[in-house]
Design a protein around this ligand. Structure first.
Ligand SMILES: [Zn+2]
Length: 233
């Protein structure tokens, strides 16, 4: 039997740990999009038709956070995000600068997390999870996460989920800045991450009240009721 790659294992764990009733597999739309991204350059996907893109974005509106984060990490891993560097290389645009720092065209490495703005978000995430962090190229970040965030317990589930959340938020905010002219508010980005993490832990109960989990609960401001029945069961 073929052994799963570390990244597949990471994504699989990502999908299975947070919400217990998930199958851990991609839905049809997500799988189809990944299939397209795997086999075709972005320019060819665009040429397949606006309908496909619209169908995908309709799905994205309905998908739950976990699926979006999971899918987004796949796109990054496959170098399929239409970053400015990518579009410049295809000749689709003539000039662009990172929407966060306005210093250099954005790329995957710049967005995650060479840019000082996204680096601020990464350090914020790391401090909330009590994880030592230093900025590395994207590939090294992924290798680091696959090595250190693969645990099965509550702590690693939240660390992994929030790790995916910051990638998705940075890309989403980057698009809002470029295409909708939104203002950059780092504090709002941090608050958004906190909100997403809190909302996705509402259904947790029976979390072991060890020191690490309690530190995590306090740092993210999670509902203390997640520890209910932990010792009485
Ligand atoms: Zn930047």
């Amino acid at each position: 039997m073929e052994k799963a790659s570390p990244f597949t294992a990471f994504i699989h764990r990502f999908s299975k740990q947070i919400i217990s009733n998930r199958s851990g597999k991609f839905c049809f739309c997500c799988s189809a999009w990944i299939f397209l991204c795997w086999f075709f350059p972005l320019t060819q996907i665009v040429s397949l038709g606006v309908e496909i893109l619209l169908a995908f974005f309709r799905w994205a509106q309905l998908a739950r956070p976990l699926e979006l984060f999971q899918f987004h990490l796949w796109l990054i891993a496959k170098n399929r995000l239409p970053t400015q560097v990518s579009l410049l290389s295809y000749g689709r645009i003539d000039h662009a600068l990172c929407a966060f720092c306005n210093v250099t065209p954005d790329s995957i490495d710049h967005l995650f997390f060479d840019c000082h703005v996204s680096a601020t978000i990464a350090y914020f995430w790391a401090s909330r999870c009590h994880i030592p962090w230093r900025n590395r190229p994207w590939v090294n970040n992924l290798a680091w996460a696959m090595k250190l965030l693969l645990g099965k317990d509550f702590y690693y589930s939240i660390a992994r989920f929030s790790f995916g959340a910051i990638y998705h938020l940075i890309w989403k905010k980057r698009n809002s800045l470029i295409f909708r002219g939104e203002m950059l508010e780092i504090s709002a980005m941090k608050n958004h991450i906190i909100k997403v993490v809190r909302e996705n832990t509402l259904t947790f109960t029976n979390v072991l009240d060890n020191t690490r989990n309690m530190r995590l609960q306090r740092s993210w401001g999670l509902d203390p009721s997640i520890f209910s029945n932990a010792l009485s069961a």
